[in-house]
Design a protein around this ligand. Structure first.
Ligand SMILES: [Zn+2]
Length: 463
């Protein structure tokens, strides 16, 4: 028996459960909180039943002394141990090639149409994830809801400059745009697939309305247009940029392109988890598909709204590899108050950085990635940097110095230093020392030539 894709799912039933746009906005989007919580709880119980069928969870929860039936409703979620990417790697090492989390077994299961994509990692083997039709369709629906929220409408031309190989995002956008928005996906791929100059020519000649890319690539394309084609990308009058901001700053990119930058967050295990609406007040979580927690990085206790913590996520729809309390290790916070769009779904801040990189300096949590984003946007630097923290001495407090490479010989070091000092103080709220050095001088400290582990922080207080 060959499993035909369109016979493998009851689509009408699925769409009632997870309404695509525009129905979503007339129903779940503004559902009262209690009703939404009840919906989550009901789906969570079913997700737990599915997870108990999977060896990974039997082992992980068994080790913590948790038995079937201990977890009865969503309020019990906090009693489950979280897991992280380390547990995924361990699972893959024990059960190659993809670990024992997938819950799909060719020996015992009926055939079903499956697809595999991975995380976007650039070094080593990326994390693989298998999707069943239901998993994939819900991800398509959520991603299309995202694009609708950010203004994409039928017949819009959406240029997507994301890799279309193993990493999930490029294909996910193609499928979502095509199936659930009525817009036309124009998949140009990364700069390796379609050179940046050609990307710009396509934008100009084909009347592109939205451009989807990662933040550094948006900056790069804007610069190529200006420097090589003598063209100002603001003339494109795009309706918006569909972005993955990460730790990057929204404002400089909006100024460069003269249009809105809309953020979103997701991983290959979850698909699109949350995104900006057109008011850009924080990223609304798709709470009919996920439970999001912001927790203390060490104790995993829930953090109050407004306080930073690690994002812990649970899926409410997955058949292959359901994710129950996955610690993303990304630091975000919930945002208080309502959004003018009328959604009842809670909002997450942008990503501040990775929890394992966080450094406490004079009472402020600082993420080297955030410093890196500020360095990258500064003209005159080539983006290379390292942060060095010195322990307090008899005469002074602890000091953090950011060493930055100048892009070329003509760059005036004192100007670059002054501009960066000002920017760090403004964005991070602390005064950092800045030292500008020549192109390539930091490679010994950062180990940039050995791309497996680029060092961005040297905390001498710990040695
Ligand atoms: Zn909103």
């Amino acid at each position: 028996m060959i499993p035909w894709y369109h016979r493998s799912l009851d689509f009408e039933k699925l769409w009632r459960e997870f309404p695509p746009a525009p129905d979503y906005f007339k129903t779940v989007y503004s559902m009262p909180h209690e009703e939404l919580r009840a919906l989550q709880s009901e789906r969570f119980v079913r997700q737990m039943q599915r997870a108990w069928e999977i060896p990974f969870y039997q082992r992980h929860w068994g080790k913590a002394g948790i038995k079937r039936g201990d977890i009865r409703c969503l309020d019990d979620l906090k009693h489950l141990p979280a897991f992280s990417v380390h547990d995924l790697r361990d699972s893959i090492a024990r059960h190659p090639p993809w670990g024992d989390l997938m819950g799909v077994d060719p020996e015992t299961d009926d055939p079903m149409p499956l697809i595999l994509q991975t995380s976007g990692g650039t070094t080593g083997l990326p994390r693989a994830m298998i999707y069943t039709p239901r998993d994939r369709e819900v991800m398509n629906i959520n991603t299309a809801r995202r694009m609708y929220m950010q203004g994409v409408r039928p017949f819009d031309r959406v240029q997507v400059a994301l890799a279309t190989g193993l990493p999930n995002a490029g294909f996910l956008l193609r499928e979502s745009l095509w199936k659930y928005t009525g817009a036309v996906p124009i998949i140009t791929g990364t700069g390796n697939q379609t050179p940046s100059r050609r990307q710009i020519e396509i934008m100009r000649s084909w009347g592109i309305n939205f451009f989807a890319a990662l933040a550094p690539y948006l900056r790069h394309v804007g610069n190529v247009a200006r420097d090589e084609l003598n063209f100002d990308v603001r003339e494109l009058k795009l309706k918006g940029l569909l972005c993955w901001l990460g730790v990057d700053d929204r404002k400089p990119i909006e100024e460069q392109w003269g249009t809105d930058v809309f953020d979103n967050y997701g991983t290959n295990e979850f698909g699109t988890v949350c995104c900006d609406c057109r008011y850009k007040t924080g990223m609304h979580v798709f709470e009919d598909a996920f439970v999001a927690e912001v927790a203390d990085p060490v104790t995993l206790e829930e953090r109050p709204t407004g306080e930073k913590g690690v994002l812990v996520l649970t899926t409410l729809f997955k058949h292959a590899a359901p994710m129950v309390r996955f610690n993303t290790n990304d630091v975000l916070s919930f945002i208080a108050g309502d959004c003018p769009c009328g959604s009842t779904h809670r909002r997450l801040s942008k990503v501040f950085g990775r929890a394992d990189n966080m450094v406490k300096f004079r009472g402020v949590s600082i993420f080297p990635e955030a410093i890196g984003a500020l360095v990258a946007e500064q003209a005159g630097s080539n983006g290379e940097y390292i942060c060095i923290v010195e322990p307090p001495s008899a005469s002074s407090r602890d000091e953090m110095t950011v060493l930055v490479e100048a892009a070329e010989l003509s760059v005036e070091h004192s100007r670059l230093k002054a501009a960066l000092s000002r920017r760090f103080h403004e964005a991070l709220g602390v005064k950092l020392e800045v030292k500008v050095v020549g192109n390539g001088e930091l490679s010994r400290l950062t180990g940039i030539s050995d791309l497996m582990k680029v060092r961005r922080l040297l905390d001498k207080r710990k040695s």
